[in-house]
Design a protein. Sequence first.
Length: 109
Amino acid sequence: MVSVIKQIFSEIRLLRFELQDLRKLFQSTKEPVVIPTDSLFSLPDHLRKTYLALAKQGEADANQISILTGRARAVESSYLNQLKRLGWVNKRHVSRTILFSICVKENRC
């Protein structure tokens, strides 16, 4: 009986940490990014959705963007790398995490 209670307690702690991560993900205190709509419409729909999710976050990894868009992490990783090649986003490595951010100079890097 005690081990079952410990297991339930452990699961609740894990859920609490995951909830904290989700709260951090959706709470944005950053300044909004100004996006010129004429150049934004030049992007295909799938890349535009990824770009707008990243603009909402300011800086994020593929997993965080996948939570916002509802698509698979691998798909978002591919789309973010496409946006990087097109010059729409910056990419930097922090330990094993790859973070992407919006280019602020006239929306191009």
